[in-house]
Design a protein around this ligand. Sequence first.
Ligand SMILES: *Cc1c(COP(=O)(O)O)cnc(C)c1O
Length: 387
Amino acid sequence: MKIESRLAQIGSQNEPVTGAVSFPIYQATAFRHPRLGESTGFDYARTKSPTRSVLEDAAAQLESGDAGFACSTGMAALQTIFAMFRSGDHLIVSLDLYGGTYRLIERILSKFGVTASYVDTNDIDAMSQLCTPNTKAVLIETPTNPLMMITDIERVCAWAKAKGLLTIVDNTLLTPYFQRPIELGADIVVHSATKYLGGHNDVLAGLIVTKGKELSEEMAFYHNSLGAVLGAQDSWLLMRGMKTLALRMERHQENATAVANWLLDHEAIEEVYYPALPNHPGHDVQNRQSSGNTGIFSFRVKDARYVEPILRHIKLIAFAESLGGVESLMTYPAVQTHADIPEDIRRQIGVDDRLLRFSVGIEHADDIIADLGQALEAAKSEISELR
Ligand SMILES: *Cc1c(COP(=O)(O)O)cnc(C)c1O
């Protein structure tokens, strides 16, 4: 069945007793045992719970993996994955990494003796040089956020496999609707389901999908032992969001493409970073490994003095962190999402005081462009008054 149909039908065929088309919220932590040594398959909800199970099975299937694990947030999902590593282990990680993942590695994982090297994951030579006998895994984001750098997933997976390393892909920005890393050779896919999968800026959640029996059993152990699992109500809310993922991703892509193209010609804009644009360095790889583009992009204004008035004058577009919801949000990475990344790394990847990140919603593109246009005009006149 095509992915659109599988998404729309999440949980709709799983309730045999009443035939409920929307899978119920099982708000229970304990389950009766029929007798000693027997179980309904559910014992205690941290280990396994009915509503969460339907979501987890759907996630595994959508990502072409063997098992899914729903966690309380994207960070909880990453923390659960990182429980695989032990003191002395080393990771190779995308340079332009989500700020929270960088903080988790550098401020918490480091306390347990796990280290990481940050590198452009298109540079296989650099990765080979960083690889030591202690290196255990490669963690990539593609596209990265906010610079939208693209990594060739298949190439990295092949390299990692030859070195005996696991490949972990954060697929938050494209979702399985547009990109399925396990089909390209990845071992583990992780999501902040708070973003496109949930899609409505109203639920925090994380998902892990593993490939292979051994890895899936290992992850089930960490998921249950750490306990950062997703509750029944939020599992339901996430499934409800995922049912419309296909429609939303198409509209996000369409709107982001229209807005990015409009910005490209604006006199106040120096650069637009969006892989759908033909001059983007990752354009060809992105087209090869994904069937579409995310709804977020970043742009650099020519003068840093534009930033404050733009964020003050946008009305339809909210000045807010996060991404991937139906509402348009704009953020300022240097002081918000990426504040925990040291200045030298930020400068190296290009997160400076002129960069804005735009999560384009599913409103009408004309309204989004009109709002951005009036904010840019207002900013321009304030700056010229200062001169
Ligand atoms: C938001 C995000 C995370 C963290 O997810 P939370 O749900 O906020 O904990 C991880 N990776 C990426 C790429 C993200 O955008």
